[in-house]
Write a protein that binds this ligand. Structure first.
Ligand SMILES: Cc1ncc(COP(=O)(O)O)c(C=O)c1O
Length: 506
């Protein structure tokens, strides 16, 4: 949260711009330990002379020359200008940005784990394999599935693996007529993209006014061409799909399979198992539910879990326990596997952090994750409604996230969801996801997560109230936000397409 006063927030006390490290450079300054003697030239020269002459650099590298202290301060200042989970509240719906416990980090960073070579023989890696096997078993337990592979390195790659398994299942039965995957219109973009990458055509099923899959529309589109349905539950609308049993009764008898997008698994962890809901295959975003660091597309881990009939198609490798010995299953053990997704075994550091997190939580802790994820979301939802915000699904209880729509505010004041999100930055709060899902106009998708305290939630509510008030009384202030960030509004298309990342000495 912001440590600026309301007056400073309104006025926008802006941090001074930070020059590039090259602009700080002064000839003769050096970044070796402050009082150490300058490094002797001889070793460098010897190293250089060992290289073929044509490979030697002819001019010195144009590196900036700054003292160690100046370099340290420069990068510390830059790091403080970023929004991050360690510094700010991050109510980013659909992305589950929550605290990453330091214990997970320090255990995963133990040199015995960190320094292992991925090609080290199994006998030398029994400890790590035991951790991974135990993680597989825990994920089997919470998903209610028969088998797990930890190989996928993102949610999207888990989806790819799962849909490739659906494809392999139908092919193995000679059922090549199943060319369609059904995806709700509220789905995350990776769902239809995955189906298309696996060679399926995508059929979009509508959502009803309550945020559930429209069963009539689903019935009408299921048939012998249906390979499967991908469903996120709770959905990206923040509601738990109530008709899940009906959906299962429509898709399975028609020969289709059910894919569960487990990106929102923290809402039901330890409470309900997708395997028991009738799903055949699913992925989990360990970097969300199991609280490992992520952002900006990685690093992540998206293990895939399958029921008995799809298990033999799991991606490799999978770890198995043979008496007291742990070993990788390979192509000989799982000849029907869809294959390997990467050179080695997945995202080792993320898997270890998730393993420690799961061990720390235990069975009771996992249920508390779901309790607090839903409690925090519902508390915020009710308080924001009281503060005058419109909800997209006012009749429904939130699962772990919910949607506010600013359509009415836009009509009254001209203030948009984008303006609102930008103004939150002045209050020291990362903006929620905006304009997703596409179904709801001028939306903010808000997920407080289970790790935030009551005080933080109350401060967020106060900020939201404050901005709503500003929008009604001084709309320009909100429309021209942010006022306090080092850069104001960017031309986002230009920033992405016309990047200026190279510094040249004048
Ligand atoms: C519902 C849903 N499915 C899939 C994904 C994709 O996961 P990842 O970003 O790990 O590839 C996300 C990511 O935000 C998501 O919210």
């Amino acid at each position: 949260m912001s440590d600026r006063t309301p007056a400073q927030i309104a006025a926008g006390s802006r941090l001074p711009p930070e020059p590039l490290i090259f602009e700080r450079s002064q000839r003769g300054h050096g970044a070796q330990a402050q009082f150490a003697a300058a490094p002797a030239a001889a070793p460098a020269a010897r190293r250089a002379s060992a290289l073929p002459k044509q490979l030697l650099r002819e001019q010195a590298l144009a590196l900036p020359e700054v003292s160690e202290l100046d370099a340290l301060r420069h990068y510390t200042r830059l790091s403080q200008r970023n929004f991050s989970i360690d510094t700010h509240f991050y109510p980013l719906g659909s992305c589950t940005m929550k605290y990453n416990p330091r214990a997970c980090n320090s255990l995963a960073m133990l040199p015995q784990l960190l320094a292992q070579h991925p090609l080290a023989p199994e006998q030398a890696r029994q400890g790590t394999l035991a951790c991974w096997h135990e993680l597989q078993e825990m994920l089997k337990e919470v998903t209610g599935m028969a088998g797990v592979s930890l190989a996928p390195m993102a949610g999207a790659q888990g989806e790819f693996a799962g849909v490739a398994m659906i494809r392999a299942y139908h092919r193995a039965r000679g059922d090549t007529a199943r060319t369609e995957i059904i995806v709700p219109d509220a789905a995350h973009g990776t769902n239809p993209a995955t189906a298309a990458m696996c060679g399926f055509s995508v059929r979009e099923v509508a959502t009803d006014a309550q945020g559930n899959v429209d069963l009539g529309a689903l019935r009408a589109m299921v048939g012998p061409q249906t390979a499967g349905l991908m469903l996120t539950n709770p959905s990206t609308l923040g509601v738990f799909e109530r008709s899940i049993q009906d959906i299962e009764r429509i898709v399975h008898p028609a020969g289709g399979l059910l894919y569960y997008d487990g990106a929102n698994f923290n809402a039901i962890l330890g409470k309900v198992k997708p395997g028991e809901m009738g799903f055949d295959v699913m992925h989990m975003n360990l970097h969300k539910t199991f609280s490992t660091p992520h952002g900006g597309g990685g690093p992540g881990a998206g293990p895939v879990a399958a029921n008995e009939r799809l298990r033999k198609f799991l991606p490799l490798p999978v770890v198995m326990q043979d008496h007291l010995h742990y070993r990788w299953l390979n192509e000989r053990d799982l000849p029907d596997s869809i294959g390997r997704l990467s050179a080695f075994a997945g995202n080792a550091g993320v898997l270890l952090r998730a393993y420690v997190y799961a061990r720390m939580l235990g069975r009771a802790g996992m249920q508390r994750v779901a309790d607090f994820a839903t409690l925090n979301a519902n508390y915020l939802m009710v308080e924001l409604r009281k503060a005058g915000f419109d909800l997209a699904f006012p009749e429904r209880r939130a699962s772990h996230e919910f949607i506010v729509t600013l359509q009415r505010l836009k009509e009254e004041t001209g203030v948009t969801a984008l303006d609102f999100a930008k103004r939150l930055l002045d209050y020291g709060i990362h903006a929620p996801t905006i304009y997703f899902p596409l179904l709801v106009k001028e939306c903010l998708l808000i997920e407080p997560t289970e790790t935030e305290s009551n005080q933080t939630l109350d401060a967020f509510i106060a900020a939201m109230r404050g901005i709503l008030d500003e929008a009604r009384t001084q709309a320009e202030l909100v429309k021209s936000a942010p006022h306090s960030t080092p850069v104001r509004r960017l031309d986002e298309v230009k920033a992405a397409r016309d990047m200026n990342l190279v510094w040249r000495r004048e």
